[in-house]
Design a protein around this ligand. Structure first.
Ligand code: MG
Ligand code: ZN
Length: 179
């Protein structure tokens, strides 16, 4: 069993342009590669967990998502970061699916498929739903990044949850909590 840090994508790793899917729109956020390398050095493995309702909304297709995702994972690999897996919910919020964050279903898949030890794992995201997911899945904790929508979301997140300006600072918050 491995401890994981689960990563939201849009607004956490990459610039959130609203239903981002074009590779030309790909922008890695500042501090991301450094922060992910730091988490790996701390002994965590990494996986991405993302809601992609743009697929159900017809804004882009599953292949567009896969192409963007491959571009991200390949770019991170070139920067020395290994992403073990990407999990996504392609459904609309009104679909009543079981997998959309903050439903814990995608993390339960990670537990079963990757051997993720959820109780020793963390979530980093820019949305209150990412923080709620951590609680519902029984993770060790969550960090709210203030990139993306994080500053707007902060008011609706438990003040006890650590805030970080970017992924690099989020990694330091997890390092401090793991000490
Ligand atoms: Mg996000
Ligand atoms: Zn879903």
């Amino acid at each position: 069993m491995s401890a994981y840090v689960f990563l939201d994508r849009d607004g956490t790793l990459t610039e959130d342009r609203g239903y981002t899917f074009r590779v030309e729109d790909y922008r890695l956020l500042p501090g991301v590669a450094e922060g992910l390398r730091r988490l790996t050095a701390l002994g965590f493995r990494l996986a991405i967990v993302t809601n992609q309702s743009g697929i159900a909304r017809g804004r882009f297709g599953p292949q567009d998502f896969e192409r963007f995702q491959k571009h991200l994972v390949d770019d991170l690999a070139a920067r020395g970061v290994v992403i073990d897996a990407s999990y996504h919910c392609p459904h609309h919020p009104d679909d009543g699916c079981g997998c959309r964050k903050p439903s814990p279903a995608l993390l339960e898949r990670a537990r079963d498929e990757l051997g993720a030890d959820l109780a020793r794992s963390w979530m980093i995201g820019d949305h209150a739903g990412d923080v709620a997911l951590a609680a519902r899945a029984g993770l060790a904790g969550a960090v709210l990044v203030l990139s993306g929508r994080g500053r707007d979301e902060a008011a609706s997140v438990d003040p006890a949850v650590p805030r970080a300006d970017n992924l690099s600072a989020a990694a330091e918050a997890i390092a401090a909590a793991s000490r």
